[in-house]
Design a binder for this molecule. Sequence first.
Ligand SMILES: Cc1cc2nc3c(=O)[nH]c(=O)nc-3n(C[C@H](O)[C@H](O)[C@H](O)COP(=O)(O)OP(=O)(O)OC[C@H]3O[C@@H](n4cnc5c(N)ncnc54)[C@H](O)[C@@H]3O)c2cc1C
Ligand code: FES
Length: 262
Amino acid sequence: MAFELPRMVRIVEVIRETPLVKTFVLDGAIDAQPGQFIMLWLPGVDEKPMSVAGMRPLTVSVARVGPMTTALHALRAGDIVGWRGPFGRPFQLEIERPALLVAGGYGSAPLYALAQQALAAGMEVSVAIGARVADELLYADKFERLGVRLLLSTNDGSRGVQGFVTDAIAQSPISNLQSLTVYACGPEPMLVALHKLCRARGWNGQLSVERYMKCGFGICGQCALDDLLVCVDGPVMTLDQLEGKHDFGRWHRGPTGRKFEI
Ligand SMILES: Cc1cc2nc3c(=O)[nH]c(=O)nc-3n(C[C@H](O)[C@H](O)[C@H](O)COP(=O)(O)OP(=O)(O)OC[C@H]3O[C@@H](n4cnc5c(N)ncnc54)[C@H](O)[C@@H]3O)c2cc1C
Ligand code: FES
């Protein structure tokens, strides 16, 4: 992937999903696969990686966490943003195995498109979503309407199993399956727990990892995780790729390249 200038497009619609997350429907389309991301640019503010939540029209779901996402949340239909991409390695459906999609935070966004693909391929699909409280369970109703088996967890027990998403999985009959592939996107402690769970049960796993990104296509080195560059070797990585990585679950780099504990 060579450097390309951002394409400037209008925001067509802004949808409030949860108190923290808004969905932005853009006036454009992208040929991407679930798990890939774009670099979303707000002129004069910043450019940040965002997972593709929908392709036609191009859609992203964004949590308000810092300066760029706060500025984005203030935009309305008709305002202009830039995007380039798609970048990164997507999820690869393992058609012969039942699928368990696991989302934490805004991780539901790339997994929704994956669930649609898996259902269209005739696969058995379960979706586990974890959040702190009920109204932060992103896309729960959308997944319900797809007709997948839905496992929910909240830290305070306001909806679904009280605890972490791994608790909801452990309490479901799905945890007895011998053959399963986990596809996950969410906070890194959740991914570390799922890596362990998959190894313990002998399941396959594809985990979407995040790092601070600048270029998005392998030239700046900002997104290094040990010897991997998350923007080109990931963001979706296999259990084997992440096995024994010192940084996984422990360290990420901030904007200056300095390492911080996760
Ligand atoms: C491949 C990929 C896909 C993403 N998809 C989405 C998405 O669909 N929706 C969404 O809301 N966000 C997504 N993100 C995360 C988003 O890009 C960051 O949260 C972004 O930094 C927000 O910018 P900001 O200026 O608002 O906040 P910042 O000031 O940049 O960040 C706010 C806080 O988050 C921490 N942080 C930022 N980036 C990372 C990181 N990569 N790893 C760990 N901590 C970090 C910062 O240290 C800071 O504490 C994705 C990230 C990656 C790498
Ligand atoms: S973001 Fe530049 S190498 Fe990955």
